[in-house]
Write a protein that binds this ligand. Sequence first.
Ligand code: MG
Length: 209
Amino acid sequence: MTDTRITPAGLRRMLLAAADKIVREESNLNALDAALGDGDHGITMRLGFEAVKKRIGELAPDTTFETLLRESGLAFMGATGGAIGVILAKMLMSGASSLRGISEMGTPEFKTMMAAMESAIAQAGKAKPGDKTILDAVHAAVSSVDVRQDISEALSQAACAAARAAEETANMICRVGRASKLGDRSLGHPDPGAVSFSIILQAFAEVSS
Ligand SMILES: [Mg+2]
């Protein structure tokens, strides 16, 4: 595809597809988290995305990018607890602010949104790339995007970069959060948050292709 741009209706479909994919992955995500933490990451993500899906369903068809993402963030925050709930919510809400006044998303706007999400996560999680967190996947996705690319190409490239980065977190040692107490024992297990983010982008890419 060339010259495609995502509309707010398109982003709505992408968020709904991400919600469905995350719900399907619940037990896998719980299993990944069980290796590093308390095994509830899949539950948290499912609760958050079920709330997102419900809230999105209540919004008018012409709802803007900003409102879709802000309301998704608020819904996620309201339905979940723990660090990852806050991080995902802040990520969605900073994405919302970055798209204020924008009615169509091409690759430059997508990159801007993802970069805003990355800084929100870095702040909320006090993490940097290499700390074995969701940030590793987000950072890789942002870096992979060339603003000259078509949006559907940028999305699938970002999804691949995030998936690769999520896999690579298995070779890292946790430096922030509860799993940092595991030290070397976190080796060999990917960060569940990074895996979740790559699943979300995969769903986005599938909808837009
Ligand atoms: Mg957990």
